[in-house]
Ligand binder design. Structure first.
Ligand code: HEM
Ligand code: HEM
Length: 184
């Protein structure tokens, strides 16, 4: 028996499952956010897109928090020994920043909506109180953070997917850290 812990070969099932749910939701939420602001949409279509975007964004926030809690409790798989140190550090930096930006997006979206006096239907249905005061100035500040943070978020997603594709093609085992989403 070795007297040191052996790093697992992949993330635990809960982490992998949440990674792919959040990935699909984020990849859908960004275009929905852009499309819902376009001129010429019918009122019912625009309302539906806003409802999907706001409530989906809140769900992403909750899943990211769960994901981080799970991540703190379970060790991450080790990078292959052939991977240069700077690449392993860059991967961790990109992944950490991705999660930070998701939290910034969800919180700024929530503040923009609540401070502007608008509903977040799922939270209202649960009877949750407003966590931010009504304030046009606050709503505007949050709106500008929300509109700006989407650019680094989109850029890092492209970088992250590009790196994942490189690992998939290289068959170095890194893609298998997070795939398949379910099963052993
Ligand atoms: C847009 C949504 C996405 C976000 C926010 C995201 C975020 C993350 C994060 C934070 C990790 C690190 C896991 C951890 O440290 O707990 C990770 C791992 C990973 N992701 Fe994504 N991801 C997204 C989409 C994708 C897609 C579409 C792919 C594949 C095409 C992918 C492939 C991978 C791979 C291979 C790993 C494992 C890398 C490693 O072991 O360090 N991700 N992702
Ligand atoms: C991770 C989650 C989220 C992502 C990736 C995201 C992304 C986006 C994007 C790309 C836009 C278009 C911005 C523009 O063209 O100016 C947008 C707009 C918007 N989002 Fe989000 N969003 C998220 C969460 C939320 C949440 C949780 C809420 C509210 C509860 C929300 C409310 C809004 C609103 C109201 C707009 C329109 C802003 C305006 O008035 O111009 N978003 N979002």
């Amino acid at each position: 028996m070795p007297d040191f812990p052996i790093p697992p070969q992949r993330y635990p099932i809960m982490t992998r499952f949440l990674h792919w749910i959040v990935a699909v939701m984020v990849i859908a939420t960004i275009p929905i956010g852009v499309i819902m602001l376009q001129d010429g949409l019918s009122r019912p279509t625009q309302d539906l897109l806003f409802i999907l975007h706001k409530n989906g964004g809140v769900l992403i926030f909750l899943l990211v928090i769960m994901r981080l809690a799970w991540r703190a409790a379970a060790p991450a798989p080790a990078m292959p020994s052939t991977m240069p140190d700077w690449q392993a550090r860059a991967a961790k930096l990109v992944q950490g920043t991705l999660y930070a930006l998701l939290i910034v997006m969800a919180v700024s979206g929530y503040v923009r909506v609540r401070a502007g006096g608008f509903p977040v239907e799922a939270l209202d249905a649960l009877g949750l109180p407003d966590f931010v005061p009504r304030s046009e100035a606050l709503a505007e500040r949050a709106q500008s953070i929300h509109a700006t943070a989407r650019f680094p978020l989109a850029a890092l997603i492209v970088l992250h997917i590009g790196a994942a594709m490189k690992h998939l093609i290289a068959r170095d085992g890194v893609f298998g850290h997070i795939w398949p989403p379910v099963g052993r």
